[in-house]
Design a protein around this ligand. Structure first.
Ligand code: CTP
Length: 134
């Protein structure tokens, strides 16, 4: 019997929305099991310059509860992608196409797939919309 094909993807998944759901559903279809790296609060603060609305524990719990997700872990550093891919034995790395080309360096250890983002929705836009009360 052949090894199950593991897919790995990464994200903040703050203020969980349908764009997040769709990327997770499509990623899961590319293999037999899906593991998701949820970025740590400290990493977010460094990367996006603000604290996430939901804590890393809450974001991990939400993503872990999704049917297509087989496992979650905390992504502590952007520099550790190669280690995470190897640690989880991932055959496929999925990223949103806002990152197109940026992860091609991992093509030596797995397939790298960029999926188109769901149009017209993002956590940032949702926070702005809710803050504006519109
Ligand atoms: N994503 C997507 N479609 C969207 C928004 C996000 O496919 N409309 C995907 C991203 O490409 C990524 C994953 O969801 O693979 C997690 O993205 P994240 O940065 O957490 O979500 P955003 O809504 O883009 O957050 P922000 O506005 O804070 O950048």
């Amino acid at each position: 019997m052949s090894e199950p094909r593991t897919v790995i993807t990464f994200g903040t998944f703050d203020v969980f929305h349908v764009g997040h759901l769709r990327v997770i559903q499509r990623a899961a279809e590319l293999g037999d099991r899906l593991v998701v790296g949820v970025s740590a609060d400290a990493l977010n603060l460094r990367k996006k310059g603000r604290e996430p609305v939901f804590s890393e524990a809450e974001r991990l719990a939400i993503v872990a509860a999704l049917k297509p997700v087989d496992g979650v872990f905390l992504e502590e550093s952007l520099e550790l992608k190669r280690d995470y891919i190897l640690e989880h034995g991932a055959a496929v790395l999925v990223m949103g196409d806002d990152w197109a080309g940026r992860f091609d360096e991992f093509g030596d250890i797995c397939e790298v797939v960029y999926l188109p983002r769901t149009p017209a929705i993002s956590t940032t836009a949702l926070i702005e919309k809710i803050s504006a009360g519109s």
